[in-house]
Design a protein around this ligand. Structure first.
Ligand code: ADP
Ligand code: MG
Length: 613
């Protein structure tokens, strides 16, 4: 027989809510730091024992809670952050549900200590230097506040997590794992709020110590490096894009520094870290052209938009959001990123308006902010067997060599001398694979095949987009035996293939004849190219994504067209290649996401040889 219906005790209601909000120590720390940030703090200290299971304390120097409101702060559905529906439709704080403190208090032993600014009468501190402390009794009800020493701000002390809900305690992992999750929460906040000082201690040992940036660019970058690895700021592209109502800013690591796991991806919407499928999709799309699909980009991105355009009230732990204009936001993010990636580390291969920001010292040191205006970009004679000759280029070289120290001449010091171009001047070829060049900053090493591949790919894409893929008839048509499925694909996709410059006839179930091919690929091995293309198409299957299929095809074509290893290049050819690279979008990585060039700076060389010590 069914039990009678009853109204649950408030303690049980809070414990049920805690099921959603308080999963583990890390989720408590998240809620508490969010409260500190909402209180306008400048510093947060987090102290943890046994992974936060035994004890976890968060102290801030924020505005504090008036003495007469302490009990209220612990009550369910009590918040100072929203008061009516219109507030809820434009939430500007991290919290707003008024359930974190009561939920946490219902599954732990919690005390809340706080002191407001001394000039506020409500502070009513009994003695100077004291605030008020309130504990939650075993019945879940707040006890009467009593005076306690405390500087301005708030401390929440949480002990014995899940002591009264043993079933939930069983779901906790080892101390180490819980601590790992907790640290990750602090990192996320730290990336978004460099202006706030953060310190995390475990049994007194400092795990993270992050001073506030005070608006200092160098400190912001130092924090990024501390949290994401020493390379991060040096190998990242600074992003700053704006459209009506939308702004995307932050850092993306050059695609060549992608990872095998999606573990360094931070996306914030109005300062709130979210895991949003739509946004991940936009980012993935933006990277699709510069990264192999099995690799994961590294980024810290902030999307800002008016609060009325985003609903944050869709997830109990507030980890998801809903955009009112989802499509628009998606496309903005994708395009903004695409544009930035297209420009890559060599500023100037795109719009120059953000160059000022690039100069902040991100991306390969020195290279990116140089102007290339004085250096003519000429197509090399090599890539894909087309382009103008590079004759005449050598004659200019003498004037363009860097100074003997390898440094750039002072701006305007000698009008007859030109800047060193970003990728410098060729010195030699190594093993027929690498090109060595001297730049203003040191040494650049180029993977010749990878660079050609990207150049060819971008050129094919441009030709394809403008409908200018030039076809050339084969004097002797090429006959191929393929699988019936592939033969069928060559028929159903014949329009796309001819757009790519390939005219193929099917003469029986498994035989094809190639009659015309793209002039850009004069030097490619046509048979293996066509086989690879058909294999690509077979793999893409019934994919509706024509654009992706075409990009994959163009990428395969570029790979076939690119110079193979062990081809000897003259200095002129190498310099022409460097100049061409500087003019190509997305040149920092080949079509498979491998880097096309790396730089070893003079400073680094000096360090290695212990020079100047
Ligand atoms: P919410 O953050 O959704 O409002 P909480 O239960 O987390 O709900 O907190 C309840 C209220 O307690 C907040 O609205 C705020 O007024 C106050 N509060 C909590 N933590 C702090 C803090 N660290 N500093 C100042 N006020 C706080
Ligand atoms: Mg809160």
């Amino acid at each position: 027989m069914a039990n009678p219906i009853r109204i649950l005790s408030s303690q049980l209601v809070n414990q049920i809510a805690a099921g959603e909000v308080v999963e583990r120590p890390a989720s408590i720390v998240k809620e508490l730091i969010e409260n500190s940030l909402d209180a306008g703090c400048g510093r947060v200290e987090i102290e943890v024992e046994r992974g936060g299971i035994e004890r976890l304390r968060v102290r801030d120097d924020g505005c504090g809670i008036p003495h007469d409101q302490l009990a209220l702060a612990l009550a369910r559905h009590a918040t100072s952050k929203v008061s009516d529906l219109s507030d809820l439709e434009a939430v500007g704080t991290l919290g707003f549900r008024g359930e974190a403190l009561p939920s946490i208090a219902s599954v732990s032993r919690l005390t809340l200590t706080s002191r407001t600014a001394d000039h506020q009468p409500q502070a009513a501190a009994p003695t100077p230097g004291h605030g008020w402390e309130i504990a939650v009794g075993p019945d879940g009800r707040p006890e009467a506040p009593r005076p306690a020493p405390h500087p301005q701000g708030t401390t929440v002390d949480v002990r014995d997590l899940f002591f009264n809900t043993p079933a939930r305690r069983k779901f906790l992992r080892t101390e180490r794992t819980e601590l790992g999750h907790l640290e990750q929460v602090v990192r996320r906040v730290a990336l978004a709020r460099p202006d706030v000082g953060l310190r995390l201690r475990h049994h007194g040992r400092i795990l993270l110590d992050l001073p506030p940036s005070d608006g200092d660019e160098g400190r912001i970058l130092a924090r990024l490096d501390q949290l994401l690895g020493a390379d991060f700021s040096a190998q990242s592209l600074l992003l700053e894009e704006e459209a009506v109502d939308l702004r995307l800013h932050g850092w993306v690591m050059r695609p060549a520094f992608s990872r095998g796991q999606a573990d360094q991806q931070y996306f914030y919407v109005n300062g709130r870290m979210v895991r949003d499928k739509l946004m991940s999709h936009a980012v993935r799309q933006a990277f699709s052209d510069v990264l192999h699909h099995a690799r994961h980009p590294v980024y810290v991105l902030f999307l800002e938009l008016p609060t009325r355009l985003v609903d944050v009230n869709v997830h109990p732990a507030k980890q998801e959001v809903r955009f009112r204009e989802a499509r628009q936001v998606h496309d903005f993010v994708q395009r903004a990123l695409q544009r930035r990636l297209a420009r890559g580390a060599l500023a100037g291969s795109g719009p120059v308006e953000s160059e000022g920001q690039d100069r902040a010292g991100l991306a390969p040191p020195g290279v990116l902010a140089r102007t290339r205006s004085s250096t003519p970009v000429r197509p090399s004679t090599l890539s894909l067997g087309v382009g103008e000759g590079s004759a005449g280029y050598a004659a200019d070289l003498a004037f363009q060599r860097p100074t003997p120290e390898g440094r750039l001449p002072e701006e305007g010091a000698d009008p007859g001398r030109r800047d060193t171009p970003p990728l410098g001047f060729a010195l030699a070829q190594l093993d027929g694979i690498y090109l060595l060049a001297q730049t203003a900053e040191g040494l650049v090493i180029v993977d010749i095949h990878a660079a050609h591949e990207r150049i060819g790919y971008e050129r094919l894409k441009r030709a394809w987009k403008t409908g200018q893929v030039v076809r050339q008839p084969l004097l002797v048509p090429l006959t191929l035996t393929v699988s019936p499925h592939e033969a069928e694909l060559s028929e159903t996709q014949s329009e796309m293939l001819s757009g790519l410059g390939l005219v193929i006839d099917r003469i029986d179930a498994g035989t094809l004849v190639v009659r015309e091919f793209p002039a850009l690929l004069r030097s490619a091995d046509l048979e293996s190219l066509v086989r690879d293309l058909l294999a690509d198409l077979a793999e893409q299957g019934r994919s509706e994504r024509v654009e992706e299929a075409i990009n994959a095809a163009l990428s395969t074509m570029a790979c076939h067209g690119a110079v193979r290893a062990n081809r000897r290049l003259t200095l002129d050819e190498m310099n022409a290649l460097l100049r061409e690279m500087e003019g190509v979008e997305r040149i920092d990585q080949c079509n498979h996401g491998r880097p096309t060039w790396i730089q070893v700076t003079r400073d680094e060389l000096d360090r290695r040889f212990a020079r100047g010590r």
